[in-house]
Design a protein around this ligand. Structure first.
Ligand code: PMP
Length: 383
C-alpha cells in the first residue's frame, strides 16, 4: 500500500495546513475560507427535497439531466457564449471534477501546461496527476494580477499545449475585461494553445460584468469553460459544476467522467435546475452583500496603511504583507497566534503570490469588523 510516486511528490495544500492550525484554537475569526457563508437559496433546497420525496434517487445521463444542460446553455448566453446542450455541456461533481477530467482528457504525458499564478490550488497537482508538466506563469502585482502576453512570454508559455487560469481570480480577486482578454486570446491563437478558463466566480463581479475568453473570435473551439453552483448559489456541499466547450473536448471529458463518476449527484441536479430557474434575486442579494464587505475591507486596509489593490471579483482581497514584516507565512502565523485571525499566505497559491495574504470576505460584516480591528491593533503594535 505504498503511495504512488506521483502522490508522494504532491505536497498537501498550503491552505489546509493553516486551517488545521486555526482549528486547534478557540475564538478564531477565519478569513481563510474559500466558500460562501450563505446558505443555498430555499427554492433550490426545496427542489432537492422534493426530488427525494418523489424518489428521484437514480443515476442521471452521464452528461447530466438534459433539462439542466439546457438551462446551463441558456444561462451562458449572458456572457455571449453559445453551446449545444447535447454535445457541448457536461455536468460534473463540482467544478473540481470538471477541471480534473479536462486535464486528464486533454493532456499527454510530458505536455507543458501553462498555469497563471497565483491561482486556485488544484491546477498544479491536477496537471501532474494527468502526467503533464505545469509551467508556472507568475502574474504581477504591478498588473493587478491580470494575465498579459508579456508575462506569458516571460514564462516561456509559447511552448505550452494548454493554458489554465481563473478570472475572477482566487486568491487575488482580480478580474479581466474582454479588452484585457483579447491580447491573451491572440497569444493563444498565435501559438496554438488551448485554454481552460475557470469562471466559477463569474457571478461575483462588482465593477463590470464578467467576460469570457471563449466569446472572442477564434477562441470558442480552443477553450473549455468551467463553472458551477458552489459560489454563485452557495451550494458548495451539493457538489455540482459543469464544463462547456467544443464537442470533441467534452466527449473526451465524458469518456473519463462515465468511468470515474457515472453521473453528477442527482439531488443536486434538481436543486441546480431550480437555482437557474428562480434564484436570480438571491444571487443578486448575495453579490450586493459581498460588495458591501469588499468595500469595507478595502477601506479598512487603506486606513491601516496596508497596500491592497482594488479586488473587483470573487470574495477575496490580496493585501501586501504590512511593514515591518516581509514574509507572509511569518505574518500569518504571528497574527493567528496574537489575535486569532486567520489569513492564508499568498505563496500557498503558487508563484507571484509571495509577499501577499489572501483574506476572504465570505464572512459576516460584524465578524469582518472585529477581524479588521484586531488586525489593526496587531499591525499598529509593531510599528
Ligand atoms: N475553481 C476555483 C477558482 C475555486 O475557488 C473553487 C473552490 N474553492 C473551485 C474551482 C472548485 O469548486 P467546486 O466546489 O465547484 O468543486
Amino acid at each position: 500500500m505504498t503511495p504512488s510516486r506521483r502522490v508522494q511528490e504532491t505536497p498537501p495544500s498550503g491552505i489546509r495546513r493553516f486551517f488545521e492550525l486555526a482549528e486547534e484554537m478557540d475564538d478564531v475569526i477565519s478569513l481563510g475560507v474559500g466558500e460562501p457563508d450563505f446558505t443555498a437559496p430555499w427554492n433550490a433546497r426545496e427542489a432537492a427535497i422534493a426530488s427525494l420525496e418523489r424518489g428521484r434517487t437514480s443515476y442521471t445521463a452521464n452528461r447530466g439531466m438534459r433539462e439542466l444542460r439546457e438551462r446551463i446553455a441558456d444561462d451562458a448566453e449572458r456572457w455571449n457564449l453559445s453551446y449545444d446542450p447535447d454535445e457541448e455541456v457536461i455536468v460534473t461533481a463540482g467544478a473540481s471534477e470538471a477541471i480534473d477530467a479536462a486535464f486528464r482528457a486533454l493532456v499527454n504525458p510530458g505536455d507543458p501546461v501553462a498555469v497563471a499564478e497565483p491561482c486556485y490550488v488544484s491546477y498544479d497537482p491536477g496537471v501532474r496527476f494527468a502526467g503533464g508538466e505545469p509551467l508556472p506563469v507568475p502574474t504581477r502585482a504591478a498588473d493587478e494580477f491580470k494575465l498579459t502576453p508579456e508575462v506569458l512570454r516571460e514564462a516561456g508559455a509559447e511552448e505550452a499545449e494548454l493554458l489554465v487560469y481563473c478570472y475572477p481570480n482566487n486568491p487575488t480577486g482580480a478580474t479581466m475585461s474582454i479588452e484585457e482578454l483579447a491580447p491573451v486570446a491572440e497569444f493563444c491563437r498565435e501559438h496554438d494553445i488551448g485554454v481552460l478558463s475557470d469562471e466559477i466566480y463569474a457571478d461575483l463581479t462588482y465593477t463590470e460584468d464578467h467576460a469570457s475568453i471563449a466569446a472572442l473570435p477564434g477562441m470558442r473551439d480552443r477553450t473549455v469553460v468551467f463553472n458551477g453552483f458552489s459560489k454563485s448559489y452557495a451550494m458548495t456541499g451539493l457538489r455540482l459544476g459543469y464544463a462547456m466547450g467544443p464537442a470533441g473536448a467534452i466527449e473526451a471529458m465524458n469518456r473519463i467522467h462515465q468511468y470515474t463518476m457515472l453521473s453528477a449527484p442527482t439531488t443536486a441536479q434538481y436543486a441546480a435546475i431550480e437555482a437557474l430557474d428562480s434564484c436570480g434575486d438571491e444571487v443578486a442579494e448575495m453579490r450586493k452583500q459581498y460588495d458591501r464587505r469588499r468595500q469595507f475591507v478595502l477601506s479598512r486596509f487603506e486606513e491601516m496603511g496596508v497596500d491592497c489593490f482594488e479586488a473587483t471579483g470573487a470574495f477575496y482581497v490580496f493585501p501586501e504583507v504590512p511593514d515591518p514584516w516581509t514574509d507572509a507565512s511569518t505574518f500569518a502565523e504571528e497574527l493567528l497566534e496574537a489575535e486569532s485571525v486567520a489569513m492564508v499566505p499568498g505563496d500557498a497559491f503558487g508563484s507571484g503570490g509571495d509577499g501577499h495574504l489572501r483574506a476572504s470576505y465570505a464572512t459576516g460584516l460584524e465578524e469582518l469588523k472585529l477581524a479588521m480591528s484586531r488586525l489593526e491593533r496587531f499591525v499598529e503594535g509593531a510599528r
